[in-house]
Design a protein around this ligand. Structure first.
Ligand code: THU
Length: 128
């Protein structure tokens, strides 16, 4: 997992966060072994901001790589940053049991997505 955290650290300078100044980097690892990085991309129209995790997930899915195993969220902060609710929902679409690794410069906290988003709404809910 340390290598994925290093990849996220290396990507964080690409975060575009001129408004919040809160830079986030994410790395998605899929079953194929491939990794996809993402950073937050803000907008002057604040609500259009996209989180790092969703950028990384969308990069993987748009490459046809949907089997998400793990998502790393890295921030250069004291405390680890948990993924926001919207990102939890987007990750759940592809793997409700994904491993979520929240890393800061001091801490690494891991959890299953199902712990962070219990009773997730998924495609199964639509078919029941
Ligand atoms: N942000 C992320 O990139 N991921 C999260 O899970 C939490 C929030 C970004 C969005 C915005 O650019 C900044 O952090 C402050 O909310």
């Amino acid at each position: 997992m340390e290598d994925l955290i290093e990849k996220a650290k290396a990507a964080i300078d690409n975060a575009y966060a001129p408004y919040s100044k809160f830079k986030v980097a994410a790395v998605v690892k899929t079953k194929s072994g491939k990794v996809y990085t993402g950073v937050n991309v803000e907008n002057a129209s604040y609500g259009l901001t996209m989180c790092a995790e969703r950028v990384a997930v969308f990069k993987a899915v748009s490459e046809g790589d949907r089997d998400i195993e793990a998502v790393v969220v890295y921030t250069d902060t004291e405390e680890a940053t948990p993924p926001c609710g919207a990102c939890r929902q987007v990750i759940a679409e592809f793997n409700p049991e994904a491993l979520i690794v929240m890393a800061s410069r001091k801490k690494v906290v891991t959890a299953k997505l199902s712990e962070l988003l219990p009773h997730a709404f998924t495609g199964r809910s639509l078919r029941s």
